[in-house]
Design a protein around this ligand. Structure first.
Ligand SMILES: [Fe+2]
Ligand SMILES: [Fe+2]
Length: 142
């Protein structure tokens, strides 16, 4: 899996692309961490960053999809809710005791999120966002 964001992964709006590249960065940090001693200390901060990213990005993405009349909005929101729930489970574990968090599962979860959700499901709204001024307006208001 590549660790740098590429232009071909664009969903048609730079604000959302930047947020997607953030998650790619977090996956990279996590992969490095897995091979280090004392990783637990950093796990909590990565999980907190993932949770903050999730809330903020999903709200913005849903606002934009709604503004452009994306027909798959309802289904996409359900997928976001599932990802949010999984993220919150990792967050609870890491707040309780970061040593409890299974780095392999966390990495697999984020990798699946990247490969399945961002590169496939998010891509579905791209044709509705590209060159659409309503998308840009909605993104800056969210
Ligand atoms: Fe996304
Ligand atoms: Fe999404």
């Amino acid at each position: 899996m590549a660790d740098r964001w590429r232009g071909e992964w664009s969903v048609g709006l730079d604000v959302l692309d930047n947020e997607h590249s953030t998650i790619l960065g977090l996956i990279g940090e996590l992969a490095e961490l897995s091979s280090q001693q004392g990783a637990e200390r950093h796990v909590a901060s990565i999980v907190a960053a993932v949770a903050a990213y999730t809330e903020h990005h999903f709200v913005r993405e849903e606002t934009v999809m709604s503004a452009v009349g994306f027909p798959g909005l309802a289904g996409h929101k359900l997928v976001h809710q599932r990802l949010r729930d999984q993220t919150n489970n990792f967050l609870r574990q890491s707040l309780d005791d970061p040593a409890q968090v299974d780095l392999g599962s966390l990495h697999a979860f984020l990798k699946e999120w990247w490969e399945h959700h961002i590169l496939r499901e998010d891509m579905a709204y791209k044709p509705f966002l590209e060159n659409n001024p309503r998308a840009r307006q909605a993104a800056s208001a969210a």
